[in-house]
Design a binder for this molecule. Structure first.
Ligand SMILES: *[C@@H]1O[C@H](CO)[C@@H](O)[C@H](O)[C@H]1NC(C)=O
Ligand SMILES: *[C@@H]1O[C@H](CO)[C@@H](O)[C@H](O)[C@H]1NC(C)=O
Ligand SMILES: *[C@@H]1O[C@H](CO)[C@@H](O)[C@H](O)[C@H]1NC(C)=O
Ligand SMILES: *[C@@H]1O[C@H](CO)[C@@H](O)[C@H](O)[C@H]1NC(C)=O
Ligand SMILES: *[C@@H]1O[C@H](CO)[C@@H](O)[C@H](O)[C@H]1NC(C)=O
Ligand SMILES: *[C@@H]1O[C@H](CO)[C@@H](O)[C@H](O)[C@H]1NC(C)=O
Ligand SMILES: *[C@@H]1O[C@H](CO)[C@@H](O)[C@H](O)[C@H]1NC(C)=O
Ligand SMILES: *[C@@H]1O[C@H](CO)[C@@H](O)[C@H](O)[C@H]1NC(C)=O
Length: 402
């Protein structure tokens, strides 16, 4: 009796200690971002056009950590997730309260709705609901091209894949919470996604190019479709993540929305899996021209595809044969990300390398343009995507070990 009891107790205690001190990569990278003071509007500074997405994308990563681990302590994390969400939401909220002014920011602004809704559900803060309603009103004020496609930003008639990650999940969450009777939202969502799909679809690769100009006057516009020429990994990453994250939010909407999202997800996931680099398992900055001089494996788009494929497999959105392929592809790229781009600093923080700064269609939109934009260290586009990819990997491991 005693002989048995003692070793069991010791085993139990040591197992518990090991797990309590074993901070998973998701929480470790999140701690590092928070310790650097990123994804918050710093006092005395005004958000730039790209700040909205940085805040919103990292907030969505933190909210997923809370959904899965519940408290930082249970993931051995050192930062206070709720207090980060409060600080970042409070820092951006004042800039969101005027719907007309909101339209002067890219569609990416809508990603901040996640933190606002989180704050509103917890504390019923009236400025949080004011900002949410302003963001919603701003969609109705968003300029459209002749086909009804929302402009991504201030460039007349241009629609980008990028905006969908922020627009669609926001519209779904907002509608479910405040406007459940609005029956035209599903059709609007399908219309926006489908305009991009039909104009940007590339027959040869099954992938989507960065965007299109409905008026076909841009120097780069395809004379028939208006499409830009290049498949850029990060913009397609936003679109694929938009499909998966929207499926997760679609349960109270008409079945036709679910069916549309799932059909596009399956088509695109198959093409994305096929486009993975055979050696590293990850994805090239210019996805359709692997190994061409100047091209490289890009770390933010690769982490987004990894996340989206893991998540689509976990949530059962893919047919059986594609589920295992998607999971294997995600596992393979994840190891490469971890071994190649994650930097372990002496002070115990993690860095993340190899993330392209930004690619705009306000450019030549040529191959040379896409491969000559600077690479950044610790860009939120990379780190927030890596947090989410890591979390998906951890959820899969936990499920397999339980
Ligand atoms: C909202 O922003 C618009 C455009 O910047 C401005 O013209 C308008 O006066 C603002 N409204 C309020 C109530 O501040
Ligand atoms: C944008 O499209 C509209 C038609 O909706 C057209 O009148 C306008 O000239 C276009 N703008 C540019 C810059 O091409
Ligand atoms: C319902 O949603 C549609 C599509 O987004 C929008 O045009 C319309 O204004 C919304 N209705 C209300 C009452 O907000
Ligand atoms: C792509 O394929 C479709 C169907 O086969 C065809 O209608 C379309 O013209 C093709 N598009 C291009 C740009 O080749
Ligand atoms: C999975 O099976 C479907 C139906 O049998 C087939 O059309 C599809 O090409 C397969 N996909 C993969 C990735 O093997
Ligand atoms: C930790 O070290 C890295 C690399 O030197 C640095 O960028 C980062 O700011 C440091 N973080 C803290 C919290 O000191
Ligand atoms: C990031 O990658 C570049 C290019 O490979 C390299 O020069 C740089 O030292 C790396 N940064 C860190 C912090 O590892
Ligand atoms: C678009 O590009 C032009 C030329 O490089 C530049 O002057 C302009 O500031 C750019 N517009 C935006 C909104 O970045």
């Amino acid at each position: 009796m005693y002989v048995l009891f003692l070793p069991l107790a010791l085993i139990f205690l040591s197992a518990k200690n090991v797990s309590a001190c074993n901070r998973p990569y998701s929480a470790w990278m999140a701690d590092s971002v928070i310790s650097r003071g990123q994804a918050v509007v710093q006092q005395g500074s005004i958000p730039s056009a790209s700040t909205y997405l940085q805040v919103g994308f990292f907030q969505s990563a933190i909210i997923r950590l809370i959904d899965y681990y519940h408290t930082p302590g249970s993931a051995c994390a050192q930062s206070d997730w709720e207090s980060y969400l409060q600080t970042s939401t409070d820092s951006i909220k004042p800039y969101l309260l005027n719907a007309t002014r909101d339209t002067s920011y890219p569609l990416d602004r809508l990603s901040t709705g996640k933190g606002l809704l989180h704050q509103y559900e917890q504390f019923h803060t009236s400025t949080a609901s004011d900002a949410l309603h302003s963001l919603r009103d701003s969609i109705n004020l968003q300029p459209e091209n002749a086909l009804g496609g929302y402009w991504y930003f201030e460039y007349p008639n241009w629609s980008y894949l990028d905006g969908m990650y922020s627009l669609i999940p926001f519209l779904l969450s907002y509608t479910a919470r405040f406007d459940a009777k609005n029956e035209s939202v599903s059709d609007d969502i399908i219309h926006q996604l489908d305009l991009l799909w039909t104009h940007c679809y590339q027959n040869e690769s099954g992938l989507l190019v960065h965007g299109y100009d409905a008026s076909k006057t841009a120097s780069w516009a395809n004379p028939i479709t208006g499409a830009s020429p290049i498949v850029w990994d990060r913009s397609l990453g936003w679109y694929l993540l938009a499909l998966v994250d929207s499926l997760e939010l679609s349960s109270s909407f008409p079945r036709r929305l679910y069916d549309y999202l799932q059909r596009r997800l399956i088509q695109l996931a198959e093409s994305v899996v096929s486009a993975a680099d055979s050696e590293t398992g990850c994805w090239w900055q210019v996805m359709t021209l692997p190994s061409k001089q100047g091209n490289y494996i890009e770390s933010s788009g690769s982490a987004m595809f990894t996340t989206a494929l893991f998540r689509a497999a976990r949530l059962g959105y893919l047919p059986e044969n594609l589920t295992s392929e998607a999971r294997n592809a995600a596992e393979k790229c994840y190891s490469h990300l971890l071994n190649t781009f994650v930097v372990k600093n002496e002070n115990g923080t993690l860095g993340y390398n190899g993330t392209v700064s930004v690619c705009s269609l306000n450019s030549s939109a040529s191959y040379e343009y896409y491969v000559s934009q600077p690479l950044l260290y610790n860009s939120i586009h990379g780190t927030a995507a890596f947090v989410q990819a890591s979390l998906e990997q951890e959820m899969l491991n936990d499920a397999e070990n339980s």
